[in-house]
Ligand binder design. Sequence first.
Ligand code: 13P
Length: 338
Amino acid sequence: MTEELSKIAEALVTPGKGILAADESSGTIKKRFDSIGVASTDDTRRDYREMLFRAGEGMKNYVSGVILYDETIRQKAKDGTTLVDVMKAAGSIPGIKVDTGAKPLAGSNATIETVTEGLDGLRERLAEYHKLGARFAKWRAVITITDDLPSWNCVKANAHALARYAALCQEAGIVPIVEPEVLMDGPHAGHTIERCYEVTEWTQRTVFRELYDARVALEGIVLKPNMVIAGQKCPKQASPQQVAELTVKCLKATTPASVPGIAFLSGGQSDEQATENLSLINQIGNLPWNVTFSYGRALQAAALKAWGGKTENVAAGQRAFTHRARMNSLAALGKWNQ
Ligand code: 13P
């Protein structure tokens, strides 16, 4: 089983390829569609995602896997082919978001701190998703930085849930993407890059300890971390070189070399910033893991805008998507330059 899992994990982080996170929940995709004035309906969500999955070169050359939302893994393209078959034809591995969202954490500062839910019934859901074609999954834990947060309770509860999720995935023959996200768009101005380093290292160390306790095979996971970066509200922003150096320093301190790959989230960075930082991280070199992208916004924002909900703009949307995918592929090889 571990051999099968590690083959999938390695395929997800094939050099020069990365993951498309297209698993926005119904609420999140509505927000994205609101920004371009398009109503979020079954059909518009299907049309938009079908456009991305049929983006020819953009998918075939640069995308190893796609994370889907429950609705999408069951949806059919306009011509009746399942969207899963559309992406498989483009050489992508289907993945599925299985958490049910970040909920206020009881006993903590519940207006800020959350714990990600979704463990109830997960074994059965994973069995069904496997039948529908999913070979990897995603669970996102969210950690918010303030002067005195996160609390240990929040870090520990989220790390424990990630480990229980990861163990259930592996039991089902599904590679878990383990995503502990330390937010960069938190409410706090004192959120310097140094503070982000401290919280990210603490979080990742706790996650790996929980993964060990839960007997998760590290060869069969992909880590999806945040980069170590100053918060968006922090007046003192760090240089891309500093982001790359502290991110690599942190990962080297926390992430065993048996993990085959690291695929970053973009977390609200601009498209170019996410590409530049990834390239600089890879330019540091001699990393024990393949390091790539698992971007949502930083891969889709330009395509969403170019599409604007209009059939006549599908080709323009696909061109915009392919461009960002190519730039991020170069970055995953450390070859993107301004
Ligand atoms: P962003 O790249 O937009 O942060 O999304 C990635 C993701 O899947 C978050 O869970």
